[in-house]
Design a protein around this ligand. Sequence first.
Ligand SMILES: [Ca+2]
Ligand SMILES: [Ca+2]
Length: 313
Amino acid sequence: MMYRSLPRQSGIAIVTAVAVAALVAALAGFMAFRHSLWLRQVENQHDLAQARGVARAAIDLSRLTLRDDARQNKVDHAQEAWAIPIPNLPVEQGNAGGKISDLQGRFNLNNLIASNGQVSMLDKEAYERLLKALGLSPETLVPPLLDWLDADSEPRYPGGAEDREYLAGNPPHRAANRPLFDIDELRQVQGYSDEIVARLAPFVSALPQAGTQVNVNFAPPEVLSALLPSLDLASAQALARRRDAKPFSNDSEFKDELSGQVQAEVDPTRLGYESRYFLADVDARFGRVTVAYRAMLERNGDQIPRVVWMRRR
Ligand SMILES: [Ca+2]
Ligand SMILES: [Ca+2]
């Protein structure tokens, strides 16, 4: 009987050995996979850190470019060197590129409430004209934005919206009662759908101060026409074409291009030829990782511009 059970036992031993070998092989494979995954993660982290470093260096380069521009002249227009986009250039093991855009040719929505907390009537009327020129409704878009920006919680009538209206919404939130931080914040304001915000975006800004001038060298025709009530859109389009060929340096050059009636509407406190605020968009690729950053820059005199905010886009 004993000799019969021996082959059976050795059979079990062989099966066990094969199973153990298979398990070891599977475990070794799993370990190798985990190890390569870990290595990949380490590489990705390394590439991400490098790409972020390259992106930050590109934003710093934008700041230096704007500082140097301010040292050379006191006028800003689209033909200046800083306004030329930098194509994606090879850097060590990667690529980087970007562009600087002017923000001061746009209508600053934070101008609607002056620094004394009161509505700036000239800016309110200009914003109404801008909305009309864009085919949007001032009646539904102006009162809720004024309520969003003003410090109180009393809704305007008609068409206003404050905490009470927003807390009843889904999801409930409150009115900001302070200047806009960013154009994207408009999506939280009553009446501002994604489509409306996208339509407005090229024409408006949310700068961190009120009472800013519009740089006429960058203003789209719709913004020029909104700021100069007697300048119709067709004349503003013709004016913008002449300006793009030959930018303005001062009031007298600008007024030379306007009719007498429009000349009288040029307010040097609201229109200018310089820019203080800019957007820097940079893209950086390093190894397998690509990052894209956007920063708002504020230039003060010929100092290196400060970063107002910076985020991934
Ligand atoms: Ca300049
Ligand atoms: Ca309010």
